[in-house]
Design a protein around this ligand. Structure first.
Ligand SMILES: [Zn+2]
Length: 154
């Protein structure tokens, strides 16, 4: 580790602290100029590779995820902040799985789950495009449930 003040390589660690996110902060002192500085190490989380339906793999693409969610939310009362937050939460969940690969279905399920809480119409839109035909009955049940729920509120 070079001293940021004089670029000397001759520095020593005088204190080490751990934070609650798995990071390590080291307080250092340069043996040459005696200035102090800190370095911070933290684990870099990586997202798993996505296994597509045709078994090919692709890198997780947050922009693509955002576009999918935005598309479902067109002309719906869902704020850009909510969309960003949902995509961020999904990305964080994928990283926490600490797997090398996951099926694309896992992401689709997380989007459906998230949209369900944000907006009924966006949720149905996304689910109708995403769910396989066999699940359309489940979707119909879901629409019925929503309609009944609306009826109760009216
Ligand atoms: Zn120095």
């Amino acid at each position: 580790m070079h001293c940021p003040h004089c670029m000397s390589e001759d520095t020593r660690v005088i204190d080490t602290t751990h934070d609650n996110k798995g990071g390590i902060r080291r307080r250092r002192e340069c043996e040459q100029c005696h200035q102090r500085f800190s370095t911070y190490e933290r684990p870099v989380l990586s997202t798993p590779l996505i296994i597509k339906n045709d078994k090919t793999r692709e890198e997780f693409d947050k922009e693509k995820l955002l576009q999918g969610i935005r598309l479902a939310c067109i002309k719906r009362p869902v704020s850009a902040d909510d969309i960003e937050r949902l995509a961020g939460e999904i990305e964080a969940k994928l990283q926490q799985m600490t797997k090398l690969e996951i099926p694309s279905k896992v992401i689709g399920d997380l989007v459906i789950e998230g949209l369900r809480e944000l907006d009924d119409v966006a949720y149905i839109r996304f689910a109708s495009v995403y769910l396989p035909l066999g699940n359309l009955n489940a979707l119909r049940d879901e629409i019925n449930r929503l309609l009944e729920h609306k009826g109760e509120n009216a």
